[in-house]
Design a protein around this ligand. Sequence first.
Ligand code: ZN
Length: 431
Amino acid sequence: MVLYPNYVTLHRRSRLPRFLPSEDEEARIERFQQYLRIQTAHPNPDYAGAVSFLSTQARSIGLETLTIEFKPGKPVLILTWTGSDPSLPSLLLNSHIDSVPADPAHWIHPPFSAYRDSDGRIFARGAQDDKSIAIQYLEALRNLKARGFSPLRSIHVSLVPDEEIGGSDGNEKFVASEKFRMLNVGFVLDEGQASLTDEFRVFYADRLPWSLIVNAVGAPGHGSKMHDSSAVENLMECVETVARFREIQFDLVKAGIRAGSEVISVNPVYLKAGTPTPTGFVMNLQPSEAEAGFDVRLPPTESVDFLRKRIEEEWAPISRNMTYQLIQKGPNRDVTGRPLVTATDATNPWWSVFTQAISASGGKLGKPEILSSTTDARFMRQIGIPTLGFSPMSNTPILLHDHNEFLKDTVFLKGIKVYENLISDLSSFHS
Ligand code: ZN
């Protein structure tokens, strides 16, 4: 489309003037930008810099701070506001400090500049995932302190390392620690995702990642000979069967019967076979081994036994000289053997307080969802603590891990108000 200068001028003139932030709001945005400017991307996140910044902020608000390293150089920062009845289960607000890398070549503003454009868009790696919520938690707590609010239940904030690389030296160790047990956590809010509409999204479960590796063997042979059950032929059979299963799952999504995160996704990620030469492959030899790798994501509502049975009987049957490895990338059942799902009905008293607080803040909530990827929330759910994934970002493109990740200043400020309602209600309720 050609944009004529006149059109641009008219378009600009007809636009509503941007809001003018107060001095106080401007200071909050500035603190968000300061945090975004700390280089927290892998492979060398500046955890010390981030923890020092966040601790200073927390102390200025009047929160207690504690830094623990379960692994040297991987600090977990815990902030606490003790409630008037600390014997009651507490509220925990979790956020990871680290970010995925960003290639500046693909960004219109440097990814650690936190540049704010004339539309109020703040560009930075971590603007959505998930440095926004850390500062929103802090700013909401700052407001509550200033208002003279006194929580009944203790409120904790945990700022953890390594979520983006699996969390094994971060939240996994923290949740398994004596310190975590001492916090007596009753309910957790963790990161969610942006929403394209004016409804906030909320996640009650994560899909669980698995790696499936299928190995096929067969008689080697001359390239000219057709014979049954060669390794590659066996593997092709496997790939075709998996493709049919994938299509059925995908059709459910395309027909709108299930959300993308509610089906088992299976995607081939590599195929390995052949006898290499310096310039290519031996062409007149059928190899005796072949291998395929698949990324499998299982909603917690589906059973692992069902998947194993499928693999054993249809995808990689031993009768066709195939073996497989199914590698679990995290827990899929809690300590009592139940799926890692947080109830979003009357059985979970925190849920109704959560939903009421959202409406009281003027926000709308979409239908609870399963997250198609994974977060640190799974470690809390594994020990049976109700945990919701929630980031108050409505009318915002979903840019986590993407180039030009940004969050608008107005959305950021509105989120602080939402958390103020959430934190005051969740920390005050008597069960
Ligand atoms: Zn994240």
